[in-house]
Design a protein around this ligand. Sequence first.
Ligand code: ATP
Length: 352
Amino acid sequence: MTALSLRGMSKRFGSLAAVDDVSIKIPAGCFVCLLGPSGCGKTTLLRLIAGLEEPSAGSLHAGEREITGLAPNQREFGMVFQSLALFPHLDVAENIGYPLAIRGHSRSARTERVAELLDLVQLSGLGKRRIHQLSGGQRQRVAIARGLAIDPKVFLLDEPLSALDANLREHMQVELRQLQQRLGVTTLVVTHDQKEALTMADLVIVMKDGKVQQAGAPMEIYRDPANAFVAGFIGQSNLLPCTLAADGSVGIDGLQLKLAPQDRIKAKPGPAMLSIRPEDLRPDPQGPIEARVAFIRDLGESVQIALDFGETRLQAVFAPRERPQVAIGDSLRLAPAPGGVVVLAPSAEQAA
Ligand code: ATP
């Protein structure tokens, strides 16, 4: 079942298209991450869904019902802002119960629901505290509980974890995901952190310049990027300008590389971009790629080796047991793992 469908939604600010013709269907119960670099339009898209911005074009549907013209409070969506926007003059319980108070719920109904929510976000016993008496993670939980107070059909969060330090952030990622799974609420989270998106989401929507570049499951986006931007933005990737020949082989810096049947070609013959993940470069004495070791980083659970291949710096990563016995300056032959190569359409700069 589709919870939300966006049809040709755009938002212009003067001549800038902050959101540019976005059409997407969001299945009910799905955890969605809107991901992209700063200024790509993630927050604007979330605000369009919340009803806090009026679209310049397009429409929004909740199930079968068009809701484009509905005011934010008529949509029955929960929202957590980046700033959290908690009220310092109210205590924790009053903050959480606020959306219910403005909807006219009785005091007893509010008290009961707030107790449930405090329990849900593991803050039972802290209802009487003021916001300034809470830790960063506890404040985050208050904002999440307040966003869930009305039992929303859709839960919208704008960079909810960005103010937390790395450890707490990872902990809250897991907590938020478990909470969402327990409640089954359709959730959209804005983030610019690709690791956060890959670990939490069922569906990742990658944006650039107001446009959706790719929407898919995290591993689909990682293994099968739609274009060079997505390949470079999600995880680490070796991106090499190349020429795709009509026979399906690729020329890189004088080297003609034969592709494996499992490799994916998403470009027309001519200039293209080859993408190989660092873990897909294997040491192989017969391998077609000969590169010079530039740097070795031993991280215990893995070894990262940077190599110079012509003008290009390649990154390779090996499990400790597979570590090639090389030192800086040595030459190393590598072969791409079958299925590890994606040939993509050239990036805009390359095509220009
Ligand atoms: P960040 O990760 O930095 O928060 P974002 O991807 O959420 O960025 P948006 O905040 O949606 O991006 O902004 C998209 C573009 O629209 C930016 O160029 C921004 O400057 C512009 N923009 C956003 N809101 C307005 C506004 N009210 N008036 C004019 N321009 C705006």
